[in-house]
Design a protein around this ligand. Sequence first.
Ligand code: G3I
Length: 376
Amino acid sequence: MQPLQRLSVALLLVAFGGAWLVCHAEEPSALPADSAIALKDVFKDHFQIGVAVNRAITTGRAFRRSPEEVQKDVALVKQQFNQIVPENDMKWQLIHPRPGAAGFEFGPADAFVEFGLSNRLSLAGHTLVWHSQTPDWVFQAGAAANGPRASREELLERMREHIHAVVGRYKGKIKVWDVVNEALADGGPDILRKSPWAEIIGPDYVAKAFEFAHEADPDAILRYNDYGLENPEKRRKLMALVKSLKEQKAPVMAIGSQAHCNVSITFDAMDQALTDLKTLDLPIYITELDVASSIGGQRGGSAAPGGAAAADKRLAEAYAGLFRAFVKHHAAIEAVTFWGVNDAVSWRAQGRPLLFDGNDQPKPAFDAVIQTAAGK
Ligand code: G3I
């Protein structure tokens, strides 16, 4: 499989005192595997390039894709990326489905860690505390179904037990954790969304989660992760939350901006977002990047007008704008992580939001991203 065979751009990076020479090549008939252009290499002086991986990739066991397709997906992960994050297998619902210390299912998460370590990939953990994909028993008194809600003390202890068990198990292996995911409210005056975490424990649940994670692995980088930070109002709430966390002496060490975008995103919007986020003086991670080719809707409904070629062109322009902003702010960005290896396995597959199609072939957006690396 040569995912880059139809590359229309061959990027020759020749270091003359840090100067880059970029040249366009004729359409190559086929690139030998060892000369394939890799995102991780092209951006190695700027930031890591990561990808969310599913259980089929980490276990090699086909699920919704054929064994041949899964093997191609695995090959693409190894060729293009130097960091991975589990799309689902470390979420509470999947890693701790039943109450108590005996209620963990570490198999798939262990497979993720083994896949990463054996391929010398940097590992990110996702996610410890989230209002979604968390079993109902977590919020129940005595973990009893349909009973009264747990008390603040009981839920704090349950959160602590979960975080210590999961972070402690992968101590020294997982370098960065999404400690709390999507705590901010969308719209309205409230900073925090109404969630069982906030309603039962109170607003300090965010700080407590970071405290417990730091206890479990003092060397791990602890990240707050959220979406929609391209929106100035949501960004204002993030700034307020981080200010509060710092006042509570919570060990928040990095910001994760998910960057689930659509083709209306621009260089200016991301440039402004990153400029504002940098005022927090915390490393920035782009954690869940994808760009729906359709104009609206999270999961990317029908393709934009003009058919696939026009959608590919719009996608390439949107990704080029995003990566020009990432390269401009590269000193503040630790990693740019795509939320899926290709369009077929994406949570928003209908929107064809990634750089590789369902056959792991690079799309015009891949070429457009590669070309931004030479910028400063
Ligand atoms: O594991 C079950 C499987 O046993 C069952 O047969 C199948 C039936 O459809 O469902 C499987 O669970 C699915 C799970 O992904 C694992 O594949 C859930 O239905 C499905 O809802 C879940 O979707 C995930 C979604 O988070 C859940 O909210 C997506 O894959 C994942 O990409 C998405 O990722 C989130 C980030 O964690 C946080 N930021 C937003 C992002 C997009 O929503």
